[in-house]
Design a protein around this ligand. Structure first.
Ligand SMILES: NC(=O)c1ccc[n+]([C@@H]2O[C@H](COP(=O)([O-])OP(=O)(O)OC[C@H]3O[C@@H](n4cnc5c(N)ncnc54)[C@H](O)[C@@H]3O)[C@@H](O)[C@H]2O)c1
Length: 309
């Protein structure tokens, strides 16, 4: 199978590249930047381009059997500042892409949605895919709209699509811009001996998934013939206080000083608890997360230390 990875030079995309190659698939990456944290991977065809340029996108789609969409114009922390940009950068781009896929006969897509935002404040301790979708920020609202367009394309035009509602992926090659997740953000700050910030009282509970486990799930999704939405998490909840403690232990064990923690006011759009029920992905896609938090945190910290200079 030849797979086009839109956003394949990003955090998650770079791991999906590795998993696809390991699975014997042929990979074309379409991204507006080069690989950030490593040289181009041998055997991968890189196409520099922008998804908003429909001619470039058409060209990148030629000769591929499936598409994995990992590009996003926004992150949860910024989407509310510019909802119009969020809609045009993500939703309108997707609607155009779906039309281009229809015209070129490309009928298979895996899309990365967001398990942390599409449900809104959960009504149950463990959230399954049938939970109501009531997002409370623009990022989640746009992800839900995109999921609905994918479903419409499936019903009306036979698009085979798997939506992966990812929880909080972490691991090597996590960016250091401070917007992509608490584990990467805190570890990069600790590596630079900068204080780390906790928004709110630390009781917010999240579900952390190693990025390689998520990449493996993308491969399983590409191999399957199902269509629909799947939670992609670990199924286990960890509070912010606990994750920060565990990061500090890993940091101290490696001989580094763990800098102080500063408490800041909570962000209104952070729901108090999201832990994903991953039974559907286990059952339909034959997938199970394999990398435990301790192992994953240690690996991530070692990677950050190797990059910090
Ligand atoms: N990282 C997370 O915590 C997380 C959680 C849930 C869902 N997701 C989703 O997973 C997907 C991938 O996230 P990530 O963390 O790897 O993001 P990332 O920012 O690290 O990677 C995204 C990649 O897409 C590329 N890109 C963005 N806009 C583009 C465009 N118009 N044309 C071409 N390339 C473009 C970027 O250059 C980047 O390399 C996104 O859809 C995101 O919403 C991420």
């Amino acid at each position: 199978m030849k797979v086009l990875l839109i956003g394949g030079c990003g955090f998650i995309g770079s791991h999906v590249v590795d998993s696809l190659l390991a699975a014997g698939m042929s990979v074309r990456v379409f991204d507006r930047v080069q690989e950030r944290f490593r040289p181009p991977v041998p055997g991968v065809e890189y196409v520099l381009g922008d998804l908003t340029d429909i001619a470039q996108t058409y060209e990148a789609m030629s000769g591929v059997d499936a598409l994995v969409h990992l590009a996003s114009a926004t992150v949860p922390a910024t989407a509310n500042h510019d909802p119009v940009g969020d809609i045009s950068g993500n939703l309108i781009t997707m609607v155009r892409l779906l039309k281009a896929m229809r015209e070129t006969g490309l009928r298979r897509m895996v899309y990365l949605s967001s398990g942390g935002t599409v449900y809104g404040p959960p009504e149950t301790p463990l959230v399954n895919e049938d939970h109501p979708l009531r997002p409370i920020n623009s990022y989640g609202i746009v992800k839900v709209a995109i999921e609905n367009y994918l479903h419409m394309e499936h019903v009306l035009h036979g698009l085979q699509h798997v939506v992966l509602r990812a929880s909080n992926p972490y691991g090597p090659r996590h960016g250091h811009t401070g917007v992509q997740g608490i584990i990467g953000t805190h570890m990069w700050r600790m590596a630079r001996s900068e204080p780390v910030e906790i928004w709110g009282d630390g009781s917010v509970v999240r579900d952390y998934l190693h990025v390689r486990d998520l990449a493996e799930l993308c491969v399983s999704a590409l191999r399957s013939d199902v269509s629909g939405c799947y939670n992609a998490g670990s199924g286990t909840g960890v509070s912010v206080t606990e994750i920060v403690d565990r990061i500090r232990q890993v940091v101290k064990r490696s001989g580094y000083e763990a800098p102080p923690v500063i408490h800041k006011p909570g962000r209104g759009f952070d729901v108090p608890r999201v832990v994903l029920d991953i039974g559907r992905a286990r059952r339909d896609l034959g997938w199970t997360p394999r990398i435990g938090l301790e192992e994953g945190l240690t690996e991530t910290w070692e990677w950050i230390l190797s990059r910090k200079d």
